[in-house]
Design a protein around this ligand. Structure first.
Ligand SMILES: [Zn+2]
Length: 512
């Protein structure tokens, strides 16, 4: 209020002052004489004041025009000016709009549109780290591999986007099936970003496939360090890799390293069956059968397995069948009712030609609807040993041919059956997926066997009732030969006893 009053008073005072000034100037005689180009002008006092004001305004306008000219000149020569800033803001807006449209197109699956938008965005924005990525992904979506590769290569050139570029090309190589190049790229990507979980997984898988066990182990420990792997899984995988390394070294005949690796693998994962078997063999060859017995007993305690029994038999290769049965009680007293234990005992008794005892050990394992090929084959051997007729023996063998094969190494990922344990599945190439279990029975196989069977053995007799026949031991029963007539998942112990060298060879094959 007061301020408004002061403003009004000041305004009135200025107007009054101007009026007084003008009247004084009008009353004043004389003036200013200006000579321009030989002509003399005489200005009155008021005119002089107006002329000065006009002059000042003219100079100001002139200066403004000059600065505008300078700005235009600088704009033309490429310097940043207000004009260029105005235009670049416009370009930026258009560029980001194109980028946004491109991302939308990518998200809605329109590869070609996204590629065009990316090209437009690049024209306006000059930000290759953004637009190349969009172009690459759009090109992949549109199926233009060449263009995608080109964009990824451009991404590799920049430090900030190198990882994305390497990863992109690695994925392309994987899709093409060029695992060798993909592995090298994965190593590069891993070096750039060691904590990137996906890269770790891809690299580990490729290294395992390429049998680069040392590399795989270092990747595995990086995975543990970055916290993407639980410690128990790590220990198990580490054991698998150590064992794989041992297998590899064994192939190259430097057995000392292989032994240490196998023992290390067994230490890491005592229940890993192939590691236990291999470590036991390593201890036997080092002259430490006690250690071998101890670790096999531990592994058998975790899971009875024919490979463990085979390794256990090798501790004393030259003992008599009776001595062997006695020594095997270390294993057979744990899990006495486990089918594997009973089959093992039956095999041992068959070798010792104690057929009634073998039949007792087998118990109900060979009953209809229950027995697998191994139990039924053993039953045939027992019948033959007890002097049963060829027809009865053939009937058992025929049933064995039709029967399921019992537990085998089955990939838990793709359910492929493997004849021997291996670190990487031969079908899906996954690491450490083989488990010892009964595979689902193939109906086709069963049907084929049922059709082929009468051609092989004639019409089989009905399943025989167990008829113990004492004192009918024949001395010239070739058990090994008998057993070998049926293909078996695991070689039985009796073959090892009768032909020790041959069995060793088989085991070597299994190990490879
Ligand atoms: Zn598999």
């Amino acid at each position: 209020m007061l301020w408004s009053l002061i403003k009004i008073l000041v305004f009135v005072a200025i107007v009054a002052a101007l009026a007084i000034g003008a009247s004084i100037l009008l009353e004043t005689s004389g003036g200013v004489q200006v000579t321009v180009a030989g002509t003399e002008y005489t200005l009155g006092p008021l005119q002089s004041v107006i002329a000065i004001v006009v002059l000042v305004v003219a100079v100001w306008v002139l200066l403004k025009i000059l600065s505008l000219c300078v700005a235009i000149l600088r704009f033309i020569s490429g310097d940043e000016t207000a004009i260029s800033r105005y235009f670049s803001r416009g370009r930026e807006r258009k560029g980001y709009q194109a980028l946004a449209d491109g991302l939308m197109a990518l998200a809605s699956g329109e590869g070609r549109v996204a590629m065009n938008k990316a090209a437009r965005a690049e024209r306006y924005l000059h930000k290759p780290e953004l637009t190349n990525l969009l172009t690459a992904q759009a090109a992949e979506m549109a199926g233009d591999r060449h263009k995608a590769t080109e964009s990824y290569k451009r991404l590799i050139e920049d430090d900030k986007t190198r990882f994305v570029g390497v990863r992109g090309i690695m994925k392309q190589k994987l899709a093409e099936g060029d695992t060798e190049t993909a592995r090298k790229l994965a190593e590069k990507a891993f070096a750039l970003k060691p904590r990137h979980a996906e890269t770790q997984d891809v690299l580990l898988r490729l290294q395992a496939q390429a049998h680069d066990w040392a590399g795989a182990r270092s990747t595995l420990s990086a995975k543990l360090k970055s916290g993407t792997l639980p410690r128990d899984v790590y220990t198990r995988r580490e054991a698998v890799l150590a064992l794989s390394e041992a297998h590899e070294v064994l192939d190259e005949n430097s057995s000392i390293d292989a032994r240490e690796q196998a023992i290390e693998a067994n230490r890491l994962s005592p229940d890993l069956v192939p590691a236990a078997a291999m470590a036991a063999r390593a201890y036997v060859s080092k002259g430490k059968p006690k250690n071998a017995t101890r670790l096999l007993r531990k592994a058998w305690d975790a899971q009875p397995h024919p490979d463990l029994a085979a390794a256990f038999a090798e501790i004393e290769p030259n003992e008599s069948p009776q001595e062997r049965i006695r020594r095997f009680t270390v294993l057979t007293k744990t899990h006495p009712d486990h089918p594997e234990t009973r089959l093992l005992l039956a095999e041992l008794y068959v070798v010792a030609e104690d057929f009634p005892e073998a039949r007792r050990a087998l118990g109900d394992l060979a009953e209809p609807g229950k027995g697998d090929a191994r139990a039924l084959t053993l039953m045939a051997a027992i019948e033959r040993g007890e002097g049963a007729s060829d027809g009865i023996v053939r009937a058992w063998l025929a049933r064995a041919l039709e029967a399921p094969r019992g537990p085998q190494w089955v990939c838990e990922n793709c359910h492929t059956i493997h004849s021997a344990w291996m670190p990487v599945c031969s079908n899906c190439e996954a690491l450490d997926t083989l488990a010892w279990k009964t595979p689902p029975r193939s109906e086709v196989q069963g049907a084929v066997a049922a059709h082929v069977l009468p051609l092989l053995v004639g019409q089989p007799d009905p399943a025989p009732e167990p008829e113990p026949m004492p004192d009918s031991k024949s001395d010239d029963i070739p058990e090994a030969e008998l057993v070998d007539t049926i293909p078996r998942p695991e070689d039985p112990l009796e073959t090892q006893v009768s032909t020790g060298a041959e069995a060793d060879q088989k085991d070597d094959k299994k190990a490879s």
